[in-house]
Unconditional design. Sequence first.
Length: 301
Amino acid sequence: MRTMCKGRDFAPEDGPGGVTRLWGEMATEQEPGVLATVVAIEGTGPGLVGAKLILHGDGQVTGTVGGGAVEARAITAARELLGRGGTRLLDIAPEGGPEACGGRVTVFLESLRHGFPFWVLGAGHVGRALVAMGRQLPFLFTLVDDRPELLSAAGEGIGARTLILPVAELADQLEADPGAAVFIAGPDHEADFAYLQAVLEAEERSQARFGFLGLLGSARKVAQIRRRLAGQDARLARLAEAQMPVGLDVGDGSPGGIALAVLAEALAVLNGRPYLRDGRGEALGLRLHRRRGGTSADLVD
């Protein structure tokens, strides 16, 4: 007979049956979350096969997979899955001790989040507004910045994975996919150019392209970027197929207006519609201008 380590007990309302009922309700209401289920235990382990927990979109947890190190690992993996969707089979072999136990526990994770991966490069006013507004749309957001205070300002429960990441490390983290989107909205021209270079490097490494690539800014900024890439014919040809400047021209340069413009265009393109172009074949982007006493959303000249 298998010896079971002592883990966290179920609260009466959090038992496997209650968790399963709640998961069904969340699926009906299309609420984001991740369900973790213990599917196998070898040796000793906290909890039982069939034990379940839910990580909700706001970070709260219902249920248990036994507590201790196993549960901590499962919750950490569930947080990662919450941002990008999909499933994962997690093998946990904690080190010995009364808390962690010594056996191997296998946990199956499944997310209710389904949609297009969407990388938002820059966590300023516009980037945060885009993630906040896009929560009800079929996007799986990853918000990236090297300024931890801005990601902290975004807060928990925003429905997005957040990455504090130097631009120099970004190319290795990006996952180029024809079904994914990238939106670049850094704090200044240099940051935007560095973000763009990282995106192009990621595409070249994986030999795939993002389905939607847009950069916030003015026609002047885009012209400057193209001049800096003079002689790099392959990258210039790639940019000709991106949306720079980005966004539908809704006539509103506020963070919320820009977010609406970008989300609408990205959703259309990822659903197979072509980028909108003007009569000359140029990107029909949102016209942004520097305002007197402008906010960070206006720094696009």
